[in-house]
Ligand binder design. Structure first.
Ligand SMILES: *Cc1c(COP(=O)(O)O)cnc(C)c1O
Length: 349
């Protein structure tokens, strides 16, 4: 840090992303990317002509992409917001709606507390129950920004649509942000409820189920007035924050939705298989509706397993936080990758 930085940032603890090794040495099960490539139509969409057009600014309204998404989700364009990854949208939401503070679980996506600190938003951190589920009663009548990842990360545990609706209903004077980064792997999306509730902000991403983590594309579905707030902030920071190639690739992704649905089904099947395998090795595995599982063994510490797997060429994610330090978060890869994982774990044990 230099002596020139604004004082308000000196104590800010930034988010630590998962390791992104730049060689291909590892089986990479640490940041919940899809093991499957983008569809053929997506690869074809990146033509020479599109690359030549990079000299021109991109469409700040992302009209084509929005139209494709509006059709797929059955909503209007004015109910969709697009940005440079969903992290961008979370950032904007803390900026826009955090004036009375924010409430979120103790064990959840690590970025929420960073954005809260960044924007001087007072945080109410609500502990999960002992079994790592969310007690929705704790989120009623809060009158502050509520942020819930559904399914939650890194637990993978999901709330039902009815439970989400209860929270939304019980907070009519504040925004309820549901982060659905993992919803396509067995959860229930709340986007349809946005037609009924003007305080519900449903946030999604192309990074996990749509194989586009490196393309950086996130979206929100909500009442048009909430979307207008987010647009206001986007146009006050960087109106061109979704580049031309990502707009083209994102549109092709939406137009090839079935390919991605099939991949999700494959991932769910693999998840169920890996869960059984780990359970037969006496692991405790939380019930996951995501493209990862959260698991611990009483034979080896979380850190030790992480380190030994890395040594053997398999990267998983370990968190230092006391309550979850016995666990590892393991992304669901291809069947072949997961077979290797199980083999390596057997060797280690
Ligand atoms: C991965 C993830 C995101 C971030 O997604 P991007 O669109 O890649 O920025 C948001 N929320 C949760 C819970 C995630 O796990």
């Amino acid at each position: 840090m230099s002596k020139f930085i604004n004082e308000k940032f000196t104590s800010l603890e930034e988010y630590t992303p998962g390791e992104q090794p730049q060689d291909k040495k590892y089986i990479k099960l640490n940041t919940n990317e899809s093991p499957y490539p983008p569809s053929k139509a997506v690869v074809k969409a990146v033509s020479k002509a599109e690359i030549k057009d990079l000299r021109l600014y991109c469409d700040p309204e992302c009209k084509k992409l929005k139209l494709a998404m509006a059709k797929l989700f059955g909503v209007n364009g004015e109910n969709i917001f697009l940005s440079n990854g969903s992290d961008d949208i979370l950032n904007f939401a803390f900026m826009a709606y955090g004036q009375k503070g924010a409430a979120y679980p103790d064990i959840t996506y690590g970025f929420y507390s960073v954005f809260a600190e960044l924007h001087g938003v007072e945080s109410e951190v609500i502990p999960l129950r002992d079994d790592f589920t969310i007690d929705i009663c704790e989120y009623k009548n809060k009158n502050k920004l509520i942020v819930i990842a559904n399914p939650n990360a890194p637990t993978g545990i999901a709330l039902s649509l009815e439970e989400i609706e209860e929270i939304v209903k019980a907070n009519p004077d504040s925004v309820v942000l549901i982060d659905e980064a993992y919803v396509d792997f067995g959860g229930e999306s709340c986007y349809k409820l946005t037609a009924k509730y003007d305080n519900l902000l449903c946030v999604g991403t192309f990074s996990k189920s749509r194989s586009l983590a490196g393309g950086r594309l996130g979206f929100a579905i909500a009442n048009e007035r909430l979307i207008a707030d987010l647009e206001k902030i986007k146009y006050s920071t960087n109106p061109y924050n979704i580049n031309r190639l990502t707009q083209v690739v994102g549109t092709a992704t939406i137009n090839d939705n079935d390919y991605y649905l099939k991949n999700c089904e494959k991932i769910i099947k693999t998840r169920e298989w890996v869960t059984k395998e780990l359970e037969s090795l006496r692991f405790f595995v939380l019930p996951s509706k995501a493209n990862f599982i959260f698991a611990k063994s009483d034979k080896i510490s979380g850190l030790k397993l992480y380190e030994e797997l890395k040594e053997k060429g398999v990267l998983v994610r370990h968190f230092e936080k006391d309550r979850i330090k016995d666990f590892n978060r393991i992304t669901i890869g291809t069947d072949k990758e997961m077979k290797t994982l199980i083999e390596k774990i057997k060797e280690i044990l």
